[in-house]
Design a binder for this molecule. Structure first.
Ligand code: DP6
Length: 322
């Protein structure tokens, strides 16, 4: 039996658009921070030929959709190992209860590591990142700890579309304000496809990402916190503006989302080093200097519509045990 542990990541420069749906290739790069608090542990056990795959998520048998997604991922690993053995996959998410957070990133990173180890495939981090991407685009970045940049790549087979680690002078924590509400209305895959097909702003969005990526890397390298704040918030708002301009428009925000954005900005105006980002859902992530985490957490906890607050520090890359 093989086991892998991976952590979720939150993007500062967002991935929102695919150039190839089958191979899950992004139109542009992206850049994220892996976080320690959001952990997935996955085991993969080979059951021999002729058996049936078994998929358990958080102790329960997976529903048909999740089972298919895991199986078709494992099929790729079986093909690489020239094996037809069935597997038992067990995955546990150590996430806040109100979640709706991007669990697919840590899930497919951990599954890539555990499945390769179970079938005796030795893979580099870049190769694991390529594989994880096939499960979920953001999972490619969770192979690495700290800051990671996803490369869009140019090859049609996607072998150069993987993440790489990024050096930084800036250390960040993240305080996540989980906003009350149901699971997100439109999933990332559907939302980004709709945006690409119908939003009049999509070209401008891709150009924005191509400008923001080197600028964010430069801000990290030189330790320019204010520039990082300006770029990250701008990129997040541009992604959401692009989604809102799709038809029908994507509105991921709830009232508390907007309250949290204003709160982060007024904290920053008052001298607290923090800035926000938002994924395809209502929750708000306040990136901040680690010293500011406790203060931001206590401010967030008092806001109406905030169900739970989770403070995370920088997380490690994938850990695999064969
Ligand atoms: C808004 O990785 O969930 O969180 O590749 O279709 O599985 P798929 O999409 P996914 O998209 C994440 C989108 C995002 C931005 C980001 O993490 O970069």
């Amino acid at each position: 039996m093989a086991k892998a542990v991976a952590h979720a990541n939150i993007a500062l420069v967002k991935y929102w658009g695919k150039r190839d749906a089958a191979l899950n290739l992004p139109v542009a790069g992206s850049l994220s921070l892996t976080l320690d608090g959001l952990r997935t542990e996955t085991t993969v056990e080979r059951l021999g030929r002729g058996g049936e795959d078994e998929v358990r998520l958080n102790g329960e048998l997976a529903d048909a959709g999740a089972r298919r997604r895991v199986q078709s991922f494992v099929d790729r690993v079986r093909a690489q190992a020239s094996s037809q053995e069935a597997v038992r996959v067990e995955s546990h998410n150590h996430f806040p209860t109100a979640s709706g957070l991007a669990s697919s990133a840590s899930a497919f990173a951990a599954l890539a590591g555990a499945a390769c180890a179970a079938f005796g495939l030795e893979r580099s981090e870049a190769e694991l990142s390529v594989l994880a991407r096939l499960g979920s685009g953001s999972a490619a970045r969770s192979i690495f700890g700290g800051f990671a940049r996803m490369q869009a790549g140019e090859r049609a087979d996607g072998q150069d579309a993987h993440a790489v680690p990024v050096a930084s002078q800036i250390e960040l924590g993240a305080v996540i304000g989980l906003v009350t509400g149901k699971a997100k209305a439109v999933g990332s895959t559907e939302g980004m496809n709709r945006t690409r097909e119908t939003s009049p702003y999509d070209r401008a969005w891709i150009q924005t990402v191509e400008r923001d990526l080197p600028a964010v890397e430069q801000a990290l390298r030189s330790g320019d916190f204010d520039e990082l704040a300006r770029l990250t918030e701008g990129n997040c708002l541009a992604m959401h503006a692009n989604g809102m301009a799709a038809r029908p428009g994507l509105i991921y925000w709830a009232p508390a989302t907007i309250a949290l954005m204003h709160t982060v900005r007024s904290l920053r105006a008052g001298g607290v080093p923090t800035f926000f980002t938002i994924d395809a859902g209502p929750h708000v992530v306040a990136f901040c200097s680690p010293e500011a985490m406790a203060e931001i957490q206590s401010v967030f906890e008092k806001l109406e519509g905030v169900q739970e607050v989770r403070a995370c520090r920088t997380g490690p890359g994938i850990q695999v045990e064969a």
